[in-house]
Unconditional design. Structure first.
Length: 269
């Protein structure tokens, strides 16, 4: 069994029972730091990575993302799930081709969104969205790697917060071959419970980007996997901007007290 095979096997094990937290690093350093804190798996964040390039989310090209995935995968020993946005294509056949490139980076899992980036029609047509998941499934199956396919329905992200339509899509994605289902930005216990019940026994990923629920509470609702999206990256940016604004506005440096020894994180004994 090669390294990717073992990571994929471990990722499937994590999805088989219980609840695990899969935080989202944005570069090799943050990935290694999270690994040292004892997390069992990691996931990339398209937003966090885009910010390292001085861009907004969804403004990174496919080749840049593929290189980023390799960097994060190579930095750690944990399974890594790829935020693969919309597959970098609308057409199912192109999603299929791009998926094969992503699998080759060494990832253990990958998520595909149903958003279009079009404000007028922010979600792909239902049938097209389902066909895109089928194409992703076919690429994984033909690769023989068995990576975990997560299907995301983005209604609550793109201004279409319809829980019934979200559930309809997630059920269809499950039938099309998704291993894990994900509705980012649902934000109530009732919504979480409804999604978990709708796609059971398949596992559900819950995004926690605000303090509306704890890990223990999510676990009690049947959530299998928890991620935080770009929120850890935003927290880091918050610290940087606060310290820099103090310097620019007041000429003082009070936020330089009690800082972590970051260099020590990366020293080998």
């Amino acid at each position: 069994m090669n390294l990717q095979d073992s990571r994929v096997a471990e990722f499937h094990r994590l999805h088989s029972s219980g609840t695990f937290v899969m935080p989202n690093p944005w570069d090799a350093g943050s990935a290694r730091a999270l690994e040292q804190l004892g997390f069992e798996a990691l996931a990339t964040t398209s937003a966090g990575f885009a910010w390292t390039l001085g861009r907004a989310d969804n403004q990174v090209m496919l080749d840049e993302t593929l290189e980023h995935l390799k960097i994060v995968v190579d930095a750690v020993e944990l399974p890594v799930n790829a935020d693969f946005e919309d597959g970098y294509a609308a057409d199912p056949q192109q999603v299929y081709e791009n998926m094969k490139l992503a699998v080759a980076t060494g990832i253990a899992g990958l998520s595909i969104e149903d958003s279009t980036r079009d404000a007028a029609e922010p979600l792909h047509d239902f049938e097209l969205a389902v066909e895109r998941i089928r194409a992703a499934r076919r690429a994984i199956d033909e690769s023989g790697m068995g990576i975990v396919l997560t299907a995301r329905s983005e209604g609550f992200v793109v201004g279409r917060p319809d829980i019934d339509e979200t559930i309809r899509r997630l059920r269809a994605y499950a039938e099309a071959g998704a291993d894990c289902l994900y509705a980012p930005r649902i934000g109530t216990v009732e919504q979480v419970r409804a999604v978990v019940a709708a796609v059971s026994p398949k596992p559900v990923n819950l995004l926690i980007n605000a303090p509306f629920i704890t890990v223990a509470e999510a676990a009690a609702l049947g959530v299998r996997r928890i991620s935080v999206g770009g929120t850890l990256a935003r927290a880091a940016w918050g610290g940087l901007l606060e310290a820099a604004r103090e310097i620019a506005d007041a000429g003082t440096f009070t936020r330089f007290a009690q800082l972590p020894n970051v260099d020590a994180l990366f020293r080998h004994p």
